[in-house]
Write a protein that binds this ligand. Structure first.
Ligand code: AMP
Ligand code: MG
Length: 421
């Protein structure tokens, strides 16, 4: 009977749970983009977010150049596309970084990849298709030669004025390479977010100690801090905080002074030992609490002064899943990243789902790549305390509310590799 009540999307506090999409919208609508910027060198720019468009002031390449080691040739009109053996006198040698002399009609120059094509040359023939004479002062070719073979023309990749990287882009190695290719040495990027964290629970002990009866190791701290660091945040960590209103308020007040975001785990449920929600209501504003999803029902969001607050559930799987599905896009939007939403792909399920459940579920699955397309196998223990499940898994399958399905159903899949990087 009681279980029936929980299943209708309410629970023992008789308050309807918030639909996941609605909760995510509330959170993302409230995310304000950090406007603090600074200049950084290319070397320090990995995963930083561009604060402005990068325009090229040069063409890339800046000159016509050879795509091959071979011979640049000034084909005479009657030599263009002509079958049979042709002979060319070799009058120059142009390694990359050098400028050759103008080529006369019917003449060739030895040329290397990346070297400027000399004036007069109208094609480049790769060395494998040329037979040099013993003396090296002439070559023979034996197939019809067209104009502009193996020439990379000026501006082929980038032209002056092109926006090569847009504001809001989180810089990957290839983006930094592209910036370097147009000669940009410094980038204006959005400053790191300062995120304050603490972990509630009288039962928590740091790894390295001996557990007394009833105690557990604080694992959330060791998963969440790296998750924040992966997102390029500066982390202020107050460690473990006792389950009482006073300690919780003190920690929140300390972090609210100069953090953009405060994040906690645990103590955000409805028990007498859960003080995070009351503390938030006392010091600031609670905007949402408790979501119709599994794992992760007890999630809270609000503000204390200028600092945003996200209270994650205590159970380790719930903490990681809600971090990935809520905190991650929220943080990315605050960081000015234009592409901040998590992107699912479609994956086939290798399991049945027989009992409809009112909460949206995110189940831990591993992909079987021996099927085409790949299919998802379910971890047998889906409890929110089973941290091994998320270590075993490749990703999460999103199971819609109130649904049943049979093996073969195609559903949204979120890769954990993506969610945790
Ligand atoms: P709570 O939300 O505080 O009621 O915690 C829910 C469950 O998560 C309890 O079993 C806690 O012991 C556990 N838990 C809370 N915080 C942590 C943590 N930092 N690391 C591992 N487990 C935790
Ligand atoms: Mg607790």
């Amino acid at each position: 009977m009681n279980k029936q009540k929980i299943d209708c999307g309410c629970d023992q506090v008789q308050q309807p749970l918030l639909a996941m999409d609605k909760a995510l919208n509330i959170l993302l609508d409230a995310a304000t983009i950090n406007t603090n910027t600074h200049c950084t060198s290319l070397d320090d720019s990995l995963y930083q977010v561009l604060a402005e468009d990068i325009c090229s002031t040069i063409n890339v390449p800046d000159f016509d150049n050879s795509a091959m080691d071979g011979y640049a040739i000034n084909l005479k009109k009657d030599q263009i596309n002509t079958p049979g053996i042709l002979e060319f006198q070799v009058t120059d040698r142009i390694p990359a970084g050098n400028i050759g002399n103008e080529l006369k009609p019917g003449h060739a120059a030895r040329i290397f990849t990346g070297a400027p094509v000399p004036k007069g040359a109208n094609t480049v023939v790769m060395q494998e298709e040329c037979e040099p004479s013993k003396e090296g002062n002439s070559i023979e070719t034996w197939r019809p030669l067209s104009l502009n073979e193996n020439i990379r023309p000026l501006g082929n990749d980038i032209q002056i004025g092109d926006v090569i990287l847009p504001a809001g882009l989180q810089l990957k190695p290839q983006d930094i390479g592209l910036a370097a290719s147009v000669g940009v040495a410094k980038l204006k990027v959005i400053k790191k977010l300062r995120v304050g964290v603490f972990f509630t629970g009288n039962e928590l002990v740091e790894p390295g100690n001996i557990l007394k009866n009833g105690q557990i190791f604080n694992s959330n701290r060791y998963a969440l801090v790296p998750l924040l660091k992966q997102l390029n945040c500066e982390v202020i960590n107050l460690g473990n905080i006792q389950d009482d209103l006073n300690s919780t308020c003190k920690a929140l007040e300390t972090l609210a002074i100069d953090c953009n975001l405060i994040m906690t785990t645990g103590g955000v449920s409805v028990g007498e030992e859960d003080h995070v929600k009351s503390a938030l209501e006392k010091l600031g504003k609670l905007s949402l609490w408790r979501i119709k999803m599994k794992p992760g029902k007890p999630l809270a969001f609000g503000h204390i002064g200028k600092a945003a607050f996200i209270g994650l559930p205590g159970n380790p799987v719930s903490a990681i899943v809600t971090f990935c599905l809520f905190a991650r896009p929220y943080i990315k939007k605050m960081q000015g990243i234009s592409n901040y939403k998590n992107q699912p792909v479609q994956v086939q399920c290798n399991f049945d789902w027989r009992r409809p459940r009112p909460r949206r579920e995110f189940v831990r699955v591993k992909l079987d790549h021996s099927t085409i397309p790949a299919s998802a196998n379910l971890y047998p223990k889906q409890g929110s305390d089973v941290l091994s499940s998320i270590v075993w898994a490749d990703g999460l399958i999103e199971i819609p509310e109130n649904s049943t399905f049979s093996q073969g159903e195609v559903l949204n899949y979120y890769s954990l590799t993506e969610l945790t990087q």
